[in-house]
Each structure stands twice: as C-alpha cells, then as structure tokens.
Design a protein around this ligand. Structure first.
Ligand code: GLY
Length: 389
C-alpha cells in the first residue's frame, strides 16, 4: 500500500469537484482529486442551461438567491477560465423563452411570471404571436410565453474539459482511481483508500461525488449526505447549416406536467432534455424516454423531426431533500461537502468553487453559502466551522 499526501483531497472529478480543486489550488493549498475519469459525470449529459429565473420553483427562494449569485459570477468565471486554458466554453448569452401550448400551461406560466415579478426578476410576458416572431420554428398553437433574457447557457462538456485543464495548470494532482472508502482516524477524516489499495492522505477532504456522495463507504452512517440519484434522459440532434438558425435561444415548456427544453448551441448542436425519473442508479436510455422527449419537443417545434438524432444519453442528478446543495463543513472534522446540486450543478459551479475554497482556506463559510450548510438536515450532518489543519 502506498500513501500520498495533500492539504486538500477532493473526491469526485465532475464540474463541482474540479472547480473546488481549482479554486483551492489558486489559494495555495496543495490539492488532489480522486476520480477514475476526471471531467466525466453528469456534465457529460447536462444541457447546460443557466436557468436561475425560468427554473424558479415555489418555496425555493433561498436557492434562488444562490442561483442568481452564481449567474452573476458566470461572465467573470468564464472569462478567467478561457484566459487560463484557451478553451472555448460555449458560453452563450442567448436568453430563454418559456412557452405555453395549452390553457393549463398558460395558467402555469402566468403563475410563474407572477412569482418572478414578486421576486424582483426580469421576465416579460409575450403573446403567442410575439413568441413566434422571436422564434419562427415554434408551433403555430403556442399560446403565449415568458421571455427571460438573463437565462443563458454553457456547454457542460467544454466546461468540464476546461476545468480539468485549469486544475492541471494550477498544480492539482489527479489520482485516476475510485475512492473506495473514506478513512477516519479518531474523530477526523484523514483521506481515502482507493480501489487498488492506495491510501491518499489529506488535511481536509471534500466529498463532491455527485449522486454517489450518499453512499461512500467509511462515512459514518449519520453523516452520509441525504443525496439520491434522479435520472435524466437527454437527446442531442444536429442542425444542418441549411436549417440554421433553427432556434436562437433556449426554448422550453411544461408539457403534460413534464419539463422539455431545447438548447441550441452555436456549433449547430441542439440538446433536448430531460426526463426526471426516480429509478435509483439506472442509467438506461429507454424507448419511452426518447419517445416522450421527441413527442413533447415536436409539439413545441414541429420541424425537429427533420433533424438528425446524434446521441441519446442518461445521467443522474444528485438530489437533496430540499433540492438545494449541501455546502461546507460536515459533522466530521476534516470532511466538507459539495454535493446535492440537483438541477443546478452547472449553474452553481462558479459560486460552489468560491465558497468551498474560502471554507478550505479560512475555516469560514461565506455568508451566501450559510443557508446551505449540511446542518439544516440535522445537527449531526453539519458542524461548527474550524480553522484548517
Ligand atoms: N436543469 C435541467 C435539468 O436538470 O434537467
């Protein structure tokens, strides 16, 4: 058994783990990431909508504040990452149009609009005709919609690749292995043991393993984060140049109670998502899932059936009981959490990196992250802040 040591060890090389590692390394902490395939995970499936306003839900006003804060940081974050790595992130300030297809959808969107207005958010109600003027490919039956010019998009695959490059340039060490179990000595997390028996030691450990965070061996039972997988199936299509621009912004709707969205990339890719299924660890792409997405997307934008279907994929959102992330120190000294981001992992990437790095470097959880302490799910889960070792 070999042993390697760092100040910070991040379990999980998805976008949340990578941004945490990058920001920690920028603060001078010797940082490592353990993951068999850094840059993989849910970011390989996600559409990358930065939808703080259009994905607002009743009762989630606290999460809204964090989502808006992260959206506000996105331009600077994307510019810094591109400058450091030379990677184009596909960050597109294109806005979003949420439309209604029938009277029920319209009532739902009207309610959402009222909630947005009460929350001081910028969104504009449009008639069906105005929606089609903006997006001529929309179905003639569209009954109205909400124009949200501040909800943009990024390409999560490019984001993940850029974060791997940023980590490499900042001296983050990658251990390409599975973290088999968390190691604890006395009342403190000390590192992990990987599947090949290597012991990785660290002053502080960050659990950022997405939906797997809820079942890492070695974490004392009462401290396991309450995170479960929620499956999302997503399609990718290609817009041939003769159809461009097919859509000029993200278009979305609630059809028969399910969310459907179409996210057009500048490179001609069109991402259509997403199912939301409570099926445990299953990542099968099913005929039913593909059928429902195409059926609903076709109702919204009939011309979609002309496009080549290039990819079908399913991923797992890490969902917490209140749909908000768990950020910061856990009930075990030396173990911090950065997980449970559910539908907002890509959007929350900038703010998560900032607040985790701050907590790792100073022992203080910044104000904007305090409502998201794991402690809200029970005293055992969250801990008093401590000075770093
Ligand atoms: N935020 C979009 C989704 O999770 O499907």
């Amino acid at each position: 058994m070999s042993s390697r040591t760092s100040d910070v060890l991040v379990i999980g090389g998805g976008v949340i783990g990578l941004v945490t590692a990058w920001r920690a390394a920028q603060r001078g902490l010797a940082t490592a990431v353990v993951d068999p395939e850094p840059g993989g995970g849910a970011a390989q499936v996600a559409a990358g909508m930065l939808a703080a306003v259009t994905e607002l839900h009743y009762g989630e006003e606290t999460l809204l504040a964090l989502n808006l804060e992260s959206a506000r940081r996105y331009p600077g974050f994307a510019a810094e990452l591109t400058e450091l790595t030379g990677h184009d992130l596909g960050y597109r300030r294109c806005g979003t149009l949420a439309v209604a297809l029938d009277a029920d959808d319209r009532a739902h969107l009207r309610d959402l609009h009222a909630l947005q207005q009460r929350s001081g958010l910028a969104s504009e109600w449009l008639s069906g005709r105005e929606c089609r003027r903006l997006e001529p490919m929309l179905a003639p039956g569209v009954r109205g919609g909400l124009r949200v010019d501040g909800d943009h998009q990024i390409d999560p695959r490019r984001l993940a690749a850029a974060l791997v490059a940023a980590c490499e340039r900042t001296g983050v060490v990658f251990h390409r292995a599975w973290a088999e179990r968390l190691d604890v000595a006395g009342d403190r997390a000390t590192g992990v043991t990987t599947a090949d028996g290597t012991a990785l030691r660290a002053g502080q450990v960050v659990l950022a393993a997405g939906s797997l965070s809820g079942r890492l061996a070695g974490v004392p039972g009462e401290l396991l984060p309450p995170v479960r997988p929620v499956k999302g199936q997503v399609l990718r299509l290609a817009v041939p140049p003769r159809y461009a621009p097919f859509l000029s912004r993200t278009v979305r709707a609630v059809v028969r109670g399910g969310q459907v969205y179409l996210v057009p990339r500048e490179n001609g890719e069109l991402v259509v998502g997403a199912t939301s299924e409570e099926l445990g660890w299953d990542t099968t792409v099913t005929a039913g899932g593909v059928y429902e997405l195409l059926r609903d997307a076709h109702e919204l934008v009939p011309g979609i059936t002309e496009l080549p279907l290039t990819e079908t994929r399913a991923g797992l959102r890490p969902c917490s009981p209140d749909n908000a992330p768990l950020l910061g120190p856990s009930g075990l000294a030396g173990l911090l959490l950065a997980t449970g981001h559910h539908r907002n992992g890509v959007l929350l990437t900038p703010v998560t990196g900032d607040v985790l790095a701050h907590a790792l470097a100073t022992g203080e959880l910044p104000q904007e992250a305090r409502p998201f302490t794991p402690r809200r799910f029970g005293a055992a889960l969250g801990e008093k802040l401590e000075q770093p070792a």
